[in-house]
Design a binder for this molecule. Structure first.
Ligand code: FE2
Length: 576
């Protein structure tokens, strides 16, 4: 590279959702989560494969990198949590016992993490990449700053409020910023133990699902329940004003590093915890509905305040809580916003890219645009794909002259198909390039995919991908390309496309345009020629594993499944 050029590598690891992202001269080159390569869901291991991938994508090596940005201010975390928050806790509660538990929580973190790699990301890079020159300047960034940079700098907005809500950063659980041009300015934050992410994660765990992973199941379950436990929920999560609320730490113990986030007192209030293999009963649905309603109410107030405080009518939202698409849909419905951007990688998997964006904007004064979002992962050529197909020998395949039309034919015949095409998506949503697709006219296909293909709970809804020009015919709400909002389904949709309408009459729609994904747009247009509807059912291409990344993953998943057709690159693959 020329001397005037720069390359910023963002990295995240140590807590969850390890990832890497690369920006060269203001252009977002690539970003991917490590789980897709090492096949461990939400892995927090050092992102060796992701780093290798983003460097390869740009044709550079670590020796060419000018800056490395780590997504966490580890030293700040220890200092702040130990001295500031610990002192606050001691002062507020007057309880030495709680303070000792709190310190123990930090020490427990140490036991569980590769603390040396977290404390010294520079040494970790040298350890994992010993054969390179390490000329870069390394910075450790505040966690919420990286979320904020990720969502604002990819929103395309010139000026906007930025609201970050997750389990917790170093100590912050909610942060409000103002984004202007190529700068983000911190306004205020809400600190531990008052966390909406911990509240919802605790309820997720109580309902027998995996916290930090299955919060979306609680959101899906909520539609089947009545919020009859709302007042009980409200007694432990009290909204105050602005972005302030209090979470009763008699009911939650995340901040003490305990394995289980909720306490015995939570069980006294709501009854025994559901075990993961126990049936989901109406009571569980009602508890989910109550938690969801309260979360939505609190989020709505926070969003209103964020707009007033920042003096804008645009909002960028990120942090794990921003992936609650039911809440996002309601916020969009209730606030007449000029712009509402929710990043498709709002969870920690987006913060490696966020860290790189933050340093690029701060140090090199660049202004960004959404770029290739969300397709920032690896792609594979037909030659690479065919070499894997040849080796397998378990399938029959042929090269298609018109892959979109041929796959559309299979979908319209009622087959369950999977599609592997182009660059992999960043974030938890499969948006056409690593997706299982089906015809949504057939309601029974939902049960078929849930039980026979994905081996998951029947209450889980499936989302539609819809041509942008057909959106108004079937849905009302935000035309969103990233599947992070729910919209209202119109009566015709419930009647004609029942497989993609949730029990509460909503759907989580991906709007497909020829600009963002031309091949996927062509595919759905071909489906429309055959079915009369520019809509397909779309769920992620995986079975109990991270979403497939490579042709090898795709073929392995297809071979163990009962799915009918795999469209991979320009090949159509079927079982022998
Ligand atoms: Fe986070």
């Amino acid at each position: 590279m020329k001397k005037s050029e720069y390359a910023v590598l963002g990295i995240s690891y140590g807590l969850n959702d390890s990832a890497a992202g690369l920006i060269i001269n203001g252009k977002v080159i690539a970003s991917a989560e490590e789980e897709r390569f090492n096949r461990e869901k939400h892995t927090r291991k050092f992102p060796f494969h992701s780093i290798q991938y983003v460097l390869n994508e740009a044709g550079v090596t670590l020796s060419d990198i000018t800056d490395v940005a780590y997504y966490w201010n580890t030293h700040g975390r220890i200092k702040e949590r130990l001295f500031l928050h610990g002192k606050e806790l001691l002062w507020r509660t007057g309880s030495l016992k709680k303070f000792v538990r709190y310190l123990n929580g930090i020490l427990k973190d140490r036991k569980d993490y590769d603390i040396k790699d977290m404390l010294f990301p520079g040494l970790a890079l040298k350890k994992h990449f010993p054969d390179h020159r390490h000329h870069y300047k390394l910075t450790t960034e505040n966690h919420h700053d990286t979320h904020a940079a990720c969502t604002f700098f990819q929103s395309g907005f010139d000026r906007s409020a930025i609201l970050i809500i997750d389990g917790s950063g170093e100590i912050e659980c909610v942060s409000l910023y103002l984004g202007e041009g190529n700068k983000i300015r911190f306004i205020e934050s809400q600190k531990l133990p008052h966390s909406l992410g911990v509240f919802y994660g605790g309820v997720t765990e109580y309902l027998g699902f995996k916290k930090f992973d299955a919060e979306y199941k609680v959101m899906g379950l909520a539609s089947y329940g009545k919020p009859i436990y709302y007042n009980d929920m409200k007694s432990i999560l009290k909204y105050k004003t602005g972005i302030r609320f209090s979470l009763d730490d008699d009911y939650f113990q995340f901040q003490y590093g305990e394995e289980t986030w909720f306490t015995e007192k939570f069980n006294h209030l709501f009854g025994p915890t559901r075990k993961s293999d126990e049936p989901v009963e109406q009571k569980h649905k009602d508890i989910a509905a109550s938690a969801q309603l309260l979360l939505e109410e609190v989020l709505l107030e926070m969003c209103k305040y964020s707009l007033t405080k920042s003096g804008t009518n645009k909002l960028c939202f990120a942090g794990g809580v921003a992936l609650n698409c039911s809440a996002n849909g309601k916020i969009a419905d209730k606030l007449n916003l000029d712009g509402f951007f929710v990043h498709p990688a709002s969870h920690d998997g987006g913060t490696a890219l966020g860290a790189a964006l933050l340093v690029s904007s701060r140090k090199y004064d660049r202004h960004f645009h959404p770029g290739e979002l969300p397709y920032l992962g690896p792609a594979y050529s037909n030659a690479e794909i065919e070499s894997i197909l040849k080796d397998t020998g378990k399938v029959k395949y042929h090269l298609s002259k018109n892959i979109e039309a041929e796959l559309a034919e299979h979908i319209s015949q009622g087959k369950v198909c999977c599609r592997f095409n182009g660059r992999m998506e960043l974030g938890p949503r499969a948006l056409g390039n690593r997706s299982i697709l089906a015809d949504p006219r057939n309601e029974s296909i939902r049960e078929n995919i849930n039980i026979k293909v994905k081996f998951r709970e029947e209450f889980r809804p499936f989302a539609p991908s819809c041509l942008i020009e057909d959106f108004d015919k079937y849905f009302e709400g935000v035309k969103d390309p990233y599947m992070v909002f729910t919209q209202k389904a119109k009566p015709i949709t419930k009647e004609k496309l029942p497989a993609i309408v949730h029990i509460d009459g909503t759907a989580r729609v991906q709007v497909v345009t020829s600009e963002i994904n031309p091949s996927y747009y062509k595919l759905i247009s071909e489906v429309k020629k055959r079915t009369g509807h520019g809509v397909v059912l779309n769920t992620s291409f995986n079975i109990q594993e991270p979403i497939v990344c490579s042709p090898k993953d795709a073929l392995k998943t297809f071979c163990i499944s009962t799915m009918d057709t795999l469209a991979i690159g320009d090949f159509i693959v079927e079982h022998n």
